[in-house]
Design a protein around this ligand. Structure first.
Ligand code: SF4
Length: 79
């Protein structure tokens, strides 16, 4: 169950999460950053570092942001 980056990242792309991730599993996409769901070890460091609170534990992603779970999966299919 990985962490997921949601809509506040779009347009913000602060990138603080990339700096703190211990397994280097966050990549930059066109409009936002994405966490690789296969590599994330659920440490939570990125969630704490995000200045716009865009990152959630998958189970805690708000209903209106749940499409971002699939968006990350799709991103890594073609990455
Ligand atoms: Fe990286 Fe930890 Fe965030 Fe997963 S929860 S993306 S391992 S910083």
């Amino acid at each position: 169950m990985p962490y997921v980056i949601t809509s506040p990242c779009i347009g913000e792309k602060a990138g603080d999460c990339v700096e703190v991730c211990p397994v280097d599993c966050i990549a930059e996409g066109e409009d936002q950053f994405f966490i690789d769901p296969d590599l994330c070890i659920d440490c939570g460091a990125c969630e704490a570092a995000c200045p716009v609170s865009a990152i959630y534990y998958e189970e805690d992603v708000p209903e209106e942001e749940r499409s971002f779970i699939q968006k990350a999966i799709d991103f890594y299919k073609t990455y």
